[in-house]
Write a protein that binds this ligand. Sequence first.
Ligand SMILES: [Zn+2]
Length: 594
Amino acid sequence: MSYLVLARKWRPRTFPELLGQDSVVRALRFALSEGRVHHAYLFSGIRGVGKTTVARLLAKALNCEQGMGPDPCGKCSACQEIDAGRFADLIEVDAASRTKVDDTRELLDNVQYAPTRGRYKVYLVDEVHMLSTHSFNALLKTLEEPPPHVKFILATTDPQKLPVTVLSRCQKFALRRLTDTQIRDHMAAILREEGMEYDDEALVALSRAAEGSVRDALSLLDQAIAAGGGAVRAGAVRDMLGAVAPDLVHRVIAALADGDGATLLAAIDEAYSLGVAPEVFLGDIVRAWHEIAVAQVLSAESADAWTQGMAQRLPPEAVQLYYEIGCLGRRQMGAAPDPETGLRMTALRMLAFRPVSDVPSKPQIARPSRAPHDTRGSGGQEGAALAGQSPISPVSVRGAPIAAGDQRPADQRPADQRPADQRPADQRPADQRPADQRPADQRPADQRPADQTRSPVVVTETAPAPGGSVLERLGLAGLMKHIAMNAVLDKSGDRVVVTVDPEAGKLLNKERIDMLKEALCAYYKDPITVDVVVAPVTGTPAHLRREAEEAAQCRAREALAADPGVAALKRTFNARVNEGSMRPRNSTAEERDL
Ligand SMILES: [Zn+2]
């Protein structure tokens, strides 16, 4: 028995076998069972997702000798001839090789004749966007009023190139690109059925290389089986694809998280000695940053344990910056003396810009909370702009939390009273970092140009009202806190008047007024009378906070504008400061919303 390639052997023979196109299959089966099949369909999608397979299934469903319906028998001669590709009434045309108008005319001249064997003549025009304008015009006339025994099925990878006149005459279906997981599971099922052994890691690499196409996946699988002598092995697949062992990528990322330059370079050297192309290696590193960033936003069970661990360990801003540096490195690889140097410099740049606060074994401090869509974005300018934002070194803008009883701003306290991870990087003892790992502007002062001999920018903000007003100290939560934050309190003797801003006042009802009164009575302990009124007020805790934040924002903007480090980032990465993303470090999302 001759060897049949997997893509042909495992081509779906029934609608339910079609992988990952459930909505298209459902619509077609419904049309078939209702007997309302349109005279022209257009299937679009990337190569190898099943466009021509759907067309053949449709041809079988229309011509099965057991009757037209959503489940062709697969046994009658019509079904079998269609499966074998020799059914006289299924006319397959590759538009890429027959673009001329004469070809189309010749084809369409035969449309009028009745089918020789089946119920319908089915014309399958693949890569239909390749037809010339004249050919489209010739086709259009037939599409407008086809004979009742004719069905047209057009397939294309590029529907944008089709004239609107053609599009409007077809029922359109977009076939989906398959996910890596769908492809991986499909390959595993086939290999089990074929009785062949495989490594999971090999299937992960193959499914990724297939880029969403089942056909590509199965031809890669054929190659891998040949390379592995009848089994699918990770090593053989890596050699075949020029791919990188996941372990090497993990080592690079762990070394960056640890700030360990020696391990970082050793991993790159090892990849080089294994013959991994630097472009491929950097691509895999960038892809890993993407996976970590996604895991930071979704509580994803789909991410593996290693990715989840890194997602928790690294701040999202740092992951975004590393991703950005990686993408920039890929773009600059052509300009590097050789790809190997490009890869090393990109990795070293990631190391140089590692966040100040990510000191090993120290908990994260004041990680700014943000909406999920912010961290998910990976746009070029957006990511580069993060370089000017806390907590990325070498510039840090922060409002350090102040210890109770110590009202001095953080940067006036003696350095040794501050927790180690809040000190700017260049004030840490020199022996914490080997000299060769320090970014250029963290060199000892006497090595720096005169105008850079200054500390990194540190803007310190004290809380708007030390300790907060009585209303802030009531320990209220949720809506009640919102109401309290938008009110002012006057106390004279045993009488307390709470004036609530009209906007927040809309939230008041009897129950909430009682809760507010109870909280105040509990706070003052003495017997008091409380009146709650709604009227326009100024000087509420929410107002004060907003003003303080605006002032802090303003000072931070000025400090950043004057900072040579930021200017260098702008020059190096073509970065711009995303001013909307600057936040004083002690503000939380909840407080900002007030
Ligand atoms: Zn049949």
